[in-house]
Design a binder for this molecule. Structure first.
Ligand SMILES: [Zn+2]
Ligand SMILES: [Zn+2]
Length: 158
C-alpha cells in the first residue's frame, strides 16, 4: 500500500479520513480502508473492483481460438488423408471451428458491455474472431469445391 501525497484530499466515503489512493476507474478518493487492488496492484474502489472481477476473461473466450485452429488443422488434415478418413475429419473440423467462432462472438459481446476498464479478454476476442473467420472461409471454400467436384463427376459420367 503506497501513501501517495494527495494534498489533503479526503476519502469519498469516510469524512475526515485522508485519502491514500485514487480509484483508477472512477476517480474516487479512497482511504486505506476503502482501497482495493486488482491486476498488478491497480488501486480501485470496492464497486470498481467488483466490476473488474466480473470482467475476468471467460475460459470459453480463451478456448475459442484453439477450437478454430483445431478446425483448420482438421480441414488441412482432411486433404492429406484422402478418402473416407478425410471426409470424417472434415465433418468433425467444420462444426468445431464454427463452435469456436460462436463462442468468441458470444463471450466477446458480453465483454464489451463493461467499458472503462482495461479489457483483459479483448485480445482473446479478436484472436477468436479472426481465426474463426479464417476457418469459416476455409469451410465455405471446402464445401464449394466439394460440391463442384461432385457436379463435375456427375456430368463426366457416361
Ligand atoms: Zn471506482
Ligand atoms: Zn474510506
Amino acid at each position: 500500500m503506497t501513501t501517495s501525497p494527495l494534498s489533503g484530499a479526503g476519502c469519498a466515503k469516510h469524512a475526515g479520513v485522508p485519502a491514500v489512493e485514487v480509484c483508477t476507474r472512477c476517480g474516487a478518493f479512497l482511504c486505506a480502508e476503502c482501497v482495493e487492488y486488482v491486476e498488478e496492484e491497480r488501486p480501485v474502489c470496492a464497486s470498481c473492483a467488483a466490476i473488474a472481477r466480473a470482467q475476468r476473461t471467460p475460459p470459453a473466450l480463451k478456448a475459442a481460438p484453439f477450437l478454430s485452429v483445431m478446425g483448420l488443422i482438421g480441414i488441412v488434415e482432411g486433404f492429406l488423408q484422402r478418402g473416407r478418413l478425410g471426409l470424417v475429419l472434415w465433418a468433425l473440423a467444420i462444426p468445431l471451428g464454427f463452435t469456436g467462432l460462436a463462442l468468441s462472438i458470444q463471450h466477446g459481446r458480453r465483454l464489451s458491455k463493461h467499458e472503462g476498464l482495461r479489457r483483459p479478454g479483448f485480445g482473446w476476442a479478436v484472436a477468436g474472431r479472426l481465426l474463426g473467420l479464417v476457418h469459416a472461409l476455409a469451410s465455405v471454400l471446402l464445401a464449394g469445391s466439394f460440391i463442384l467436384f461432385l457436379v463435375s463427376r456427375y456430368f463426366r459420367a457416361p
